[in-house]
Design a protein around this ligand. Structure first.
Ligand code: DLL
Length: 443
C-alpha cells in the first residue's frame, strides 16, 4: 500500500496494473495488507480488540489469507451501537471526510475517510469507469445524489481522476437532466437503474430520442436490479448498462464494477477482500456457490471494516473473463438476505417479482409490492404500470395482460398474488433508490 497523499488526481493511471496482476502476486498483496489493517484495527478500535481477545486471536495469528476465518464478523448493528465515531481507527485530525447512510430505522451509520482513503476510493472509481471503456474526453453526467450519500462524490472524484468531464447535476429534476443529456453531448450517465428508467420514459414524452444522442453508457447501481431490467433499459435507450456495486460501510460505489463484457462486476480485490458465507451456518462457501458476501477493507485507515456482513447475496466466480482482468467477479446482486419477505410461509424476494413482470410484454418496469395481513392471512398486491399504448387498448386486452402477469408471478415465486394494473405515472418515482415494498404488516 503506497501512500498516495502527495498524488494529484491527474497522476492516476486509468487502467491500473492491479486489475491484471497475476493471481499469486495479488494474493501476496492481499495478505500483506490484511495483516497491516488487522493490526491497525486491533490497536485502535476497542470493540475489535475486545472481540479478538474473546476469541483468543491476535494479529500475529494471521499467517495466510485463509486464517481470516478466525477473525470476528462485524455487523451493521456494531456501527449503530458505536454511533457516531466509535469504530474510527484514526484521530479526528486525520479524518478529511464523513459520509452517512440513512438506513430504515433510527440514527444513520457514519463512515470516515483519511486523505489516503479518499485517494484509494477515487482510484477504485476511476478504474470502474475505465473498466467499462470510458476515458478522457468522455462527458459524464453524475446523477447520483451529492451529500451524505456516497454515490455523488464517489463517482465525481473518480470521473475527474479519469480525466473525463464531469457534470455534477446530482439527482432529480428529470426535465433538466434530459436537457443536459441532449445539449452537453453527454456520453455516460451515473444513477440508479430505476431512476434511469424514469429518464427514458420522460425523454420519450418530451420527444427526445436517447438513441440518437452521443450517450453510450450507464453506470447503474446502489439498488438491486435484474438482468431482465438491463435488457429492457438497453433495448429502450440504445446504451450499454453496466452494473456497479458498493456500500458506504466499505467505502461507497466502486467496490466492484463490470467491464465491457458485462459478465458481472469485478471486485477490486487489492482493496477489498471478499468471502462468501453460507446463509444459515455462516461457514465459508466454495467458488460459485451462492451465499452472503462478507467484505474486509484492506487499506481503509480511518475505519477499517473486518469481515463485514453485507447481507447482499451473491457468488464469487474465478472463471476467467474475456477482458483479461485477474480480479474475480461477483454475480449480479439481485437480493439481500434482509429483503426477504415471508408470505404464507413461502420466502419471497422482490427481484423475483421484477423478473416475472419483465417476462411479459406490455408493462413498464415501474412496480410496487404491497403486503398486508387480513384475518391472519398474508396478502400481496402487485401494482404495475401499463405502457401508454396498452392502457388505451380494450378492456379485454388489459384483463388478458393481468392474468398473464399473475401466472408469470405464480410460476416464478410459487405464490398467487393480486395484480393491479395502474396507469402510467401512478406510482411514485424515486430520484435514488426505488422503494419496491410496502409491508403494512409492520406498520
Ligand atoms: O448505494 C453505494 C453506491 C452508490 C453503489 C452508487 C453503487 C452506485 P449504500 O447506500 O450504503 O451505498 O447502500 C449499499 O445498496 O449493500 C446493496 O444492498 C445495494 N447495492 C449497491 N449497489 C448495488 C448493485 C451505495 N449494483 C447497499 N446491485 C448494498 C445490487 C446494490 N445492490
Amino acid at each position: 500500500m503506497t501512500s498516495m497523499k502527495s498524488q494529484t488526481a491527474t497522476d492516476f493511471q486509468p487502467v491500473s496494473a492491479m486489475d491484471f496482476l497475476p493471481v499469486p502476486q495479488l494474493r501476496q498483496v492481499q495478505l500483506q495488507r490484511l495483516q497491516a489493517i488487522v493490526a491497525r484495527a486491533y490497536q485502535n478500535v476497542p470493540l475489535f480488540r475486545q472481540r479478538m481477545e474473546a476469541r483468543g486471536v491476535t494479529p500475529a495469528d494471521l499467517g495466510t489469507l485463509e486464517d481470516i476465518v478466525r477473525l470476528p464478523f462485524t455487523e451493521k448493528a456494531d456501527l449503530r451501537d458505536t454511533y457516531p465515531f466509535g469504530l474510527f481507527a484514526s484521530p479526528m485530525t486525520e479524518i478529511v471526510r464523513l459520509h452517512a447512510s440513512s438506513g430504515t430505522t433510527g440514527k444513520p451509520i457514519v463512515v470516515a475517510y483519511t486523505q489516503e482513503d479518499v485517494d484509494d476510493w477515487t482510484n477504485a472509481m476511476m478504474r470502474s469507469f475505465a473498466a467499462c471503456g470510458l476515458h478522457r474526453g468522455d462527458i459524464i453526467q453524475n446523477a447520483y445524489g451529492y451529500g451524505l450519500f456516497t454515490g455523488g462524490l464517489g463517482a465525481h472524484y473518480g470521473a475527474e481522476a479519469l480525466g473525463a468531464t464531469v457534470i455534477p447535476i446530482s439527482g432529480g429534476n428529470t426535465d433538466r437532466q434530459i436537457m443536459v443529456l441532449k445539449d452537453f453531448g453527454v456520453t455516460a450517465i451515473c444513477c440508479t437503474p430505476s431512476y434511469f428508467l424514469h429518464v427514458v420514459e420522460r425523454a420519450g414524452e418530451l420527444g427526445v430520442k436517447l438513441r440518437d444522442l452521443p450517450l453510450k453508457a450507464g453506470i447503474f447501481g446502489a439498488e438491486p436490479w435484474t438482468e431482465a431490467m438491463r435488457q429492457r433499459i438497453q433495448a429502450e435507450s440504445g446504451i450499454k448498462a453496466y452494473d456497479i456495486y458498493g456500500l458506504s460501510e466499505i467505502t461507497g460505489p466502486g467496490v466492484a464494477m463490470e467491464c465491457r463484457c458485462q459478465a458481472g462486476p469485478h471486485l477490486f480485490e487489492d482493496l477489498f477482500y471478499p468471502e462468501i458465507i453460507d446463509l444459515k451456518t455462516g461457514e465459508p462457501c466454495a467458488d460459485g456457490q451462492e451465499g452472503e458476501l462478507v467484505l474486509t477493507t484492506l487499506c481503509k485507515r480511518a475505519m477499517p471494516m473486518i469481515r463485514y456482513r453485507t447481507h447482499d447475496i451473491t457468488a464469487i466466480t474465478s472463471e476467467p473473463c474475456a477482458c483479461g482482468r485477474s480480479l474475480r467477479r461477483i454475480l449480479r446482486i439481485a437480493r439481500r438476505s434482509d429483503d426477504m419477505l415471508i408470505i404464507r410461509g413461502v420466502n419471497l424476494y422482490p427481484s423475483q417479482v421484477e423478473a416475472a413482470l419483465l417476462a411479459v410484454e406490455g408493462t413498464l418496469p415501474h412496480y410496487q409490492i404491497i403486503v398486508d395481513r387480513q384475518k391472519g392471512l398474508d396478502s400481496v398486491e402487485v401494482q404495475v404500470e401499463v405502457t401508454p399504448e396498452f392502457f388505451s387498448d380494450k378492456v379485454s386486452a388489459l384483463e388478458g395482460l393481468q392474468s398473464q402477469l399473475a401466472h408469470s408471478i405464480e410460476r416464478i415465486t410459487g405464490l398467487r398474488m393480486e395484480v393491479r394494473l395502474v396507469q402510467p405515472h401512478t406510482l411514485q418515482r424515486s430520484e435514488g433508490k426505488a422503494k419496491r415494498v410496502i409491508d403494512k404488516r409492520k406498520m
